[in-house]
Each structure stands twice: as C-alpha cells, then as structure tokens.
Design a protein around this ligand. Sequence first.
Ligand code: XBP
Ligand code: MG
Length: 256
Amino acid sequence: MINELKALIFDVDGTLADNEQDGHRVAFNLAFADAGLDWSWDRDTYAILLETFGGKERLLRYMEDCQPEFDPPGGRDRFIRELHQQKTNRYQELLKNGAIPLRPGVARLLKEARAAGLVLAVASTTTAVNVTTLLSKTLGEQSVSWFDVIACGDVVTKKKPAPDIFLFALEKLGLQASSCLAIEDSESGLASAMAAGLLTVVTVNESTRHQDFTGAAIVLDQLGEPDNGFRVLAGDAGGATLVDVGFLQRVHGRAR
Ligand code: XBP
Ligand code: MG
C-alpha cells in the first residue's frame, strides 16, 4: 500500500512528558541561582516565554525583553551558552532523580508501536541528552535504541515552528511525510509538523490547551490508558478512547 503508516515521529517536551513548568522552568531557575542571578521565572512568566522554542533562544528573549540593562560577563553568546549548559546540568539532575515521568499512554503506545513494526523517531527542540536521559530513566537504557532517529536541538538552526527538525527527521528516516504521523502538544509544534507535510495528532497539556490547533488530524487531552481514556477536544475519534496502533492507522488512513 502506497500510504501505509510506517513511522511515528514524537515531539518530546509536553508530549512524551509534561515537563515544561515543573521540569525545564525549575532547571532554569536553579541555573540562575547557581550563577548568582536574582532572576526567577514564575509559572505565568514561563507560560509567555514558552512561545519561544529552544532554551538558549528563550534566555535571549528574556534578556532582551526583561533585562535590557544587563551586561553579560564574557559576552552575550558565551554567557547564554554557559548558563544554558548549567540549566541542562540541573535538568539532568531532575531527570535522574525521577522527577519527570512520562505522560499517560506514552510507554504503552511506544511498546505497542514497536511490536507492530512501526518505526519510531523523535523531533524535538530540546537538547539531545535531555531526550536520551528521559527515555533511559523512564523506559530503561535500551529504549533509546527503539528510535531509528532522535532529531534534537541544534542540528537545525531554525527551530519550531519552522519545519526543519521534522524535515531533518524524515530525511534521516528515508521516508515520505505521507507515510508518517507526528504526535505534538503545541501550536508551534503542530505548525512545524504540518509545514513538513505531516499529518499530526495533538495531545494537549495545561500549557497548550488554549492554543489554536487548526489543521490537526485530531486533538486529544492525552493518549489514554485502558482505564483512563482520552477526551476528544477537536475531530472525530470514531468512538475510540485510546490512542493505539489501530487508532493511528485509522486516523492516517482516512486522511490519505
Ligand atoms: C520544547 C522546547 C525546549 C525546552 C527546553 O521542545 O522549546 O527548548 O523547553 O529545552 P519540544 P532546552 O516541544 O520540541 O520537545 O533548554 O534543552 O532547549
Ligand atoms: Mg512540545
């Protein structure tokens, strides 16, 4: 079949784990304290900063918008690079301490998809080690090898909503967009996946629930577990309550 579903390409932050406010934000604040800065991002501030994808890009935006008088020691680019590295160190500690679990249905779907012979990939804006540590810590070290491609962070210069990270993942997979599905949690992530030609299933979280998901194949509140099904926020689930391989094949099949 020409348009058979062959691969799933997962976003990470907000999709595999609900980790922005209680993970990345916390790590940024710890890094600010480590650097002797009196900066602190509360939840509302971070919700606005999340419009900017990429941790280094987010730091730059904050410095330009909120700390215009600040003169970064050692120059702006180096300062951001080092501060972001410390944020990554702090985020790694949170991951290794088990502070960041997978969202409901993620482990189940990854295992089912693998068993069904679907190819798995990641297309994320975050730093690569954050993805591999999240997978290792929650699913075991071998789970990193379940993914044919883990496309992350700075391998492309234009981050989401640009399509580049999904196009990079597709090229590495050697697959057409029409035989893949993306799973995303945010408006910018959806825009990125759609611009790469990918049909996209959206699973929202509290940070993204209010966003515009026009163009998504379907919008759900989660992937769901057998005893805790998803709620449909937009689109037609055909009575299903669980994102499993059959569900994704039907969503993919009816769109192609
Ligand atoms: C979300 C992001 C990331 C994280 C922080 O990525 O924009 O920048 O917020 O990670 P996605 P870094 O949803 O595409 O996974 O600080 O490592 O950039
Ligand atoms: Mg995301």
